[in-house]
Design a binder for this molecule. Structure first.
Ligand code: NAD
Length: 297
């Protein structure tokens, strides 16, 4: 068997196009331009790349992009003052603080200072609680992107066995909640799980969110299962240079799976598309307008 490749890059383009259509409608019919503010503290190279591409995509769909680049030694008080200002600004519908923050800043405190209605990353404790209790919330972008791809590929996920490998607050736990919300039977596996290969072999859906290059191998995959690979790892090539790989070993998993997301070109592009989708959702909610179908859960 050779797996169907779930093309996250192409799917993300359709999501962005849909978002762009809603942005145009909001401008024409209501005179509203959705605005996304991104806050970056320090000069971490990977974070700078992410912030740049978020800003570029925000402008491409017609939204307003507000970038706040702060010095690495910015005090917590100054950062909280900026967040208070963005919370109060009606032009801003989404606020994202790029993580990780420098160690002298308390990430939980900072994230929980964001107005939950503008928390387009879905990390505020109120949004975590709302998602955990199956209520309308802002949903973290990476798991939302994974769910959109799964729904698109399978239609209903009801009754499927899903194994999420990884229990982080930004991927594993919200992913498990979303799958539960779609009536999957969900197992969360982690670094202390006994017989991980045996657990994964039960899965109709495998979400690999571990941060270990090519850890999940084809021998662990039930024939026909769907593999969603969240991992982004840069490894050295034998001939020199580096390449990106996921948390699943692509070739061996694709030989057994029914469907699989590639790395790059799978989950990654969907994450930014879902950030834009969340900003539209937040903008519609803030203005008492019906939120677009299919852009959130
Ligand atoms: P994390 O380090 O916060 O969490 C990793 C989880 O994996 C932990 O819960 C840990 O228990 C589990 N784990 C570690 N070793 C394990 C093992 N040997 N067996 C089973 N479980 C094990 O990572 P994260 O932030 O959740 O990210 C996971 C991966 O996803 C990383 O590669 C990250 O770069 C990637 N990521 C990608 C996107 C995207 O947009 N595509 C977004 C976020 C994270």
């Amino acid at each position: 068997m050779s797996a169907t490749v779930i093309d996250g890059k192409a799917f993300a383009a359709t999501v962005r196009q849909k978002v762009g259509g809603h942005v145009a409608r909001l401008k024409e019919e209501h005179g509203i331009t959705p605005g996304l503010a991104v806050v970056l503290v320090g000069e971490d190279p990977a974070s700078q790349v992410y912030v740049r591409s978020k800003g570029k995509m925000t402008l491409e769909v017609g939204m307003a992009s507000y970038e706040h680049k702060l010095e690495i030694d910015t005090s917590e008080a100054d950062l909280l003052a900026l967040i208070a200002q963005l919370n109060a600004d009606p032009k801003i519908h989404g606020i994202l603080v790029q993580l990780p923050l420098p160690p002298h800043l308390d990430s939980d405190l900072v994230i929980n200072a964001i107005d939950p209605a503008k928390d387009v990353d879905g990390f505020h404790i109120s949004n975590v609680g709302l998602l955990g209790t199956g209520q309308k919330s802002m949903v973290p972008c990476t798991p939302l992107g994974c769910l959109m791809m799964l729904r698109d590929h399978h239609g209903s996920l009801s009754g499927m066995n899903a194994v999420v490998i990884g229990r982080s607050n930004i991927v594993g736990k919200p992913m498990a909640n979303l799958l539960l919300g779609d009536s999957c039977t969900v197992t969360i596996a982690h670094s202390r799980t006994k017989d991980l290969p045996g657990v994964v072999r039960q899965a109709d859906i495998v979400i690999a969110a571990v941060g270990r290059p090519e850890m999940v191998i084809g021998d662990w995959i039930k024939p026909g299962a769907t593999v969603i690979d969240v991992g982004i790892n840069r490894i050295d090539k034998p001939e020199g240079g580096t390449r990106l790989v996921g948390d699943a070993e692509y070739a061996s998993c694709a030989a057994v799976a029914g469907a699989i997301t590639p790395v790059p070109g799978g989950v990654g592009p969907m994450t930014i598309a879902c950030l834009l989708a969340n900003t539209i959702t937040a903008c519609c909610r803030a203005n008492g307008l019906a939120e677009p179908e299919g852009l959130t859960v």
